[in-house]
Structure formats: structure tokens, C-alpha cells
Design a protein around this ligand. Structure first.
Ligand code: PGA
Length: 257
């Protein structure tokens, strides 16, 4: 079986001005130990206006922390006021881009179809999408959450070939666990992450699916990361609140070693 390298990704959301972002990136860089790079991939996703400066900190220090964006638009260029293209992210050195985060789906009308177009554009531009999926509390309570998440995964990857999908990442983020302090139990998270991998296997074959990383996100923190990351189908975390302090973020990174 393929040994998957875990990925710990920090989603800073709409926090930190450029100067604040540089301070946090520098603290992360200072605490990061070089020999971790063999064992875990680390990425931070600041607001887009902070990306260049944050990338600059890690480049200058030769720290193996990647940067990712929190969103992208799928058209290559043109009259799309307020949007940012794959090429723009690429030139800054973005390695990852979060798409389909539940906050974007709920607050900004992002659809499964839009997520699919963004995934295709990112893959074409050699940026790894971190495709977020996850159910609301209402869907969980109805009991239909596995089907709900399977539909989101199938839609996000529609029309994408196995060879293109291999580098993509899926993040399972139950909406009821995001920013609420109510984490999914390791068993609850594993159940859905395993179902996501089974869906990826249906789409791309078992071998590709075994190599793809499936993350858990939703109130992951220093206290619960180790047990979540120990589950067989959880290959890392997408961390919101706990990624805004270098100490707690790096403790979660260490839990993935
Ligand atoms: P949280 O956010 O860790 O603050 O719950 C996770 C996310 O939304 O990516």
C-alpha cells in the first residue's frame, strides 16, 4: 500500500494584514525544524494579499512551508472584477489552493459546478486543489451524510482523469465542526474519510485513490490532532483557528510526524 505523506494546512481565513501575516509566518519559520520535511508537508493559506510576503519569509529562510490560496477563479484572465487567476497564484509560488470551503459555499454561493471548474483550472496550472466537502448538522441528523459527501466529491472531480487527480487533496470538513469547538470524533471523521477514499477509488481506481490525501478539518487543535491523525484514512488536517498561533499550529504539525 502506498504510504501517504501527511499534509498539515493552515487556513487563515480573513485574518492578518500583510504585516501581521509576516510576523506569524516568521514565527512558524523559526519554530519549523528542517528534518520534518521528509515526513510531513506543511502549508499555510493566508489571504491573497498576504501570499507574496508570506512566501517571501519561507523562501528567505529556506523553510519548507508551502503557501496556498483560499480561493481562485477558473477563467484565465479578463473582466472578472475582484477575482484572481491560477497564473497569478502560480507566479507567486502557490503550491496549493483551497476550493469549495463551506464558508464560500454558504456565504458566497459557490456551487459544486464552480468547484469542478476551479479544480480543473488549478490542475491545468499545476496547483494542487484542496477540495473541501462536508455536511451540515441537518444533513448529519437525517443520516444521509455519506451520500451527501459522495455527491460533492463526484461533482468536484467530474471530467477529471485519474492521472490529473493524483496530486489533488480532499478535505472533509463537517460544517457543524467548523469554528464551533465541536470536533468530529476520530471514528466519525474516519468513517467519512474512508467513504471519500472509496469514492475516489470508484472514480480513479484503487491505486490512485490510495495515493491521494484526505484531510480532516473542523476544530482540529493541539489536544485532538494526534488521535484524528492516527486514523487510517485521515492524512492530515485543514486547520482554521488553531493555525493562527505558531505554537499551536506547529504542535499539530508535530502530531503528524
Ligand atoms: P476551524 O476551521 O479549525 O477553525 O474549525 C477549519 C476550516 O474551516 O478550515
Amino acid at each position: 500500500m502506498t504510504k501517504r505523506k501527511p499534509l498539515i494546512a493552515g487556513n487563515w481565513k480573513m485574518n492578518n494584514t500583510v504585516s501581521e501575516a509576516v510576523v506569524l509566518a516568521q514565527e512558524i519559520s523559526n519554530g519549523y525544524e528542517k528534518d520534518w520535511a521528509e515526513l510531513v508537508d506543511v502549508c499555510v493559506c493566508p489571504p491573497s494579499v498576504d501570499l507574496k510576503a508570506v512566501r517571501g519569509v519561507f523562501l528567505f529562510d529556506r523553510t519548507k512551508v508551502a503557501v496556498g490560496a483560499q480561493n481562485v477563479y477558473y477563467e484565465p484572465k479578463g473582466a472578472f472584477t475582484g477575482e484572481i487567476s491560477v497564473d497569478m497564484l502560480s507566479e507567486i509560488g502557490c503550491e496549493y489552493c483551497i476550493i469549495g470551503h463551506s464558508e464560500r459555499r454558504e456565504l458566497f454561493g459557490e456551487t459544486n459546478e464552480g468547484v469542478n471548474l476551479k479544480a480543473k483550472a488549478l490542475i491545468a496550472g499545476r496547483i494542487k486543489p484542496i477540495v473541501c466537502v462536508g455536511e451540515s448538522l441537518a444533513v448529519r441528523d437525517e443520516g444521509a451524510y455519506l451520500d451527501y459527501v459522495r455527491v460533492q466529491v463526484r461533482a468536484a472531480f467530474a471530467g477529471i482523469e485519474a492521472s490529473e487527480a493524483a496530486e489533488a487533496v480532499v478535505a472533509y470538513e463537517p460544517i457543524w465542526a467548523i469554528g464551533t469547538g465541536r470536533t468530529a470524533t476520530p471514528e466519525q471523521a474516519e468513517e467519512v474519510c474512508a467513504a471519500i477514499r472509496a469514492t475516489l477509488a470508484e472514480l480513479f481506481g484503487a491505486e490512485v485513490a490510495e495515493g491521494m490525501r484526505v484531510l480532516y478539518g473542523g476544530s482540529m487543535n493541539e489536544g485532538n490532532a494526534e488521535l484524528l491523525l492516527a486514523m487510517p484514512d485521515i492524512d492530515g488536517g485543514l486547520i482554521g483557528g488553531a493555525s493562527l498561533k505558531a505554537g499551536s499550529f506547529l504542535t499539530i504539525v508535530k502530531a503528524a510526524l
